[in-house]
Design a protein around this ligand. Sequence first.
Ligand code: IMP
Ligand code: MG
Length: 190
Amino acid sequence: MRNLDFDEVEVLITEDEIRKRVEVLGRQITQDYPDGELVVVGILKGAFIFMADLVRSIHRNVNVDFLEVSSYGTTAVSSGQVRIMKDLKHPIEGKHLLLVEDILDTGNTLKYVVNVMQQRDPSSIKICCLLDKPARRETAIQCDYVGFQVPDEFVVGYGLDYAEKYRNYPAICRICPETIEKFPKNGRNS
Ligand code: IMP
Ligand code: MG
């Protein structure tokens, strides 16, 4: 099997570890939520694979919706300027909202999203992040469910990209500095 660019990564979290952790998160979420409508919102694009696995581990009725958010920056570092590129399809007023994000890095993206969502009067807002990189936090933000903590390194795979590459790699990996030099970034994180 050809791996093309994929040979320049080093696996940090294996497919098996991800699968087991996602099942635990799904069980916790299933137990924690009271009756009432639960809307699970995936933040595109990075959360799309995590979201697909997570909702299948939640054993109650959920509605699924997506929000596409971009944070602009010229390097592997987010700039803190957040924009909604695609909004939710349905209102969330009076419903439980669970935001599903790929990685909590500076916290700026989720801070912005939570502020926007709060104005729409959901009955609750919780956050589920696959990865948490606490070393880089700029904004205090509390995640209700976290998959794994990762070191202060750029990680890819299982939905996360570098310059739109590696999203389809099935494990979470670190990319080496040579890869960052090889593929210049287009300046947007999502
Ligand atoms: P924030 O810095 O917490 O606002 O994160 C912004 C976005 O940058 C995240 O939702 C990811 O899409 C992206 N991002 C941050 N760190 C990484 C990383 O290590 N790998 C891939 N994407 C990242
Ligand atoms: Mg993201």
